[in-house]
Design a protein around this ligand. Structure first.
Ligand code: SF4
Ligand code: SF4
Length: 185
């Protein structure tokens, strides 16, 4: 490796598949879930990936590949992969799929399953904890808040975490955060 070469990032989607990883029942579970019903209609044309705005800027995010992995039953690989969380939920893939596969919804279903297993990237756990604590997704540094007045900006509106908690009551991931008084581990 040369001095300026970027660090090697492990990409589980590029690793050889072992038959022991395949869960043949996984696809049947997914097609019973709202949004996952048409998963098996995918014939791997690649339209979703070629039109996906995230795939355009990522070396690893490929919605077509996620759909294929779901069909094959590579459950752990998908649920433990951080790339699942790169989807911006723009629904372009769903609009363009010639087979009417609701790609964005399949990804939502997979994220829900990942969240149930606690496989949520730390950045989102931290954001959830911050929203529940302050009403803001990020803690705004005091220095930046102080700079508002001299530049003529009004004070920041106060966050309303209680209202957020009320609106999100019943969302399993958020309930877990409340239980743990912060991001679930
Ligand atoms: S566009 Fe539809 S059929 Fe084509 S690869 Fe994506 S999900 Fe499969
Ligand atoms: S919904 Fe997600 S996968 Fe589909 S095109 Fe948008 S970013 Fe890509």
């Amino acid at each position: 490796m040369t001095e300026n070469a970027p660090p090697t990032v492990r990409d589980p989607t590029k690793e050889p598949i072992k038959s022991s990883e395949l869960d043949p029942k996984f696809k049947y579970k997914l097609i019973k879930m709202h949004g996952g019903e048409k998963l098996l209609k995918c014939f791997q044309c690649g339209t979703c990936t070629s039109d996906c705005p995230v795939a355009r800027y990522s070396d690893s995010y490929r919605p077509r590949q996620i759909i294929r992995m779901a069909q094959l039953g590579l459950k752990d690989r998908i649920l433990k992969s951080d790339t699942l969380w790169l989807c911006a939920a723009c629904f372009t893939c769903t609009d363009r799929c010639p087979q009417d596969v609701e790609v964005a919804s399949v990804i939502r279903v997979l994220r829900n399953l990942a969240a149930e297993e606690g496989c949520v990237p730390q950045v989102f756990k931290d954001q959830a904890a911050s929203i529940l604590e302050s009403g803001y997704a990020y803690k705004i540094p005091d220095l930046r808040i102080k700079k508002r007045e001299p530049t003529g900006l009004p004070p920041l509106p106060k966050g309303n975490p209680e209202s957020v908690k009320k609106s999100l009551k019943g969302v399993a991931f958020i309930d877990k955060c409340v239980e743990n008084k912060g991001a679930p581990k």
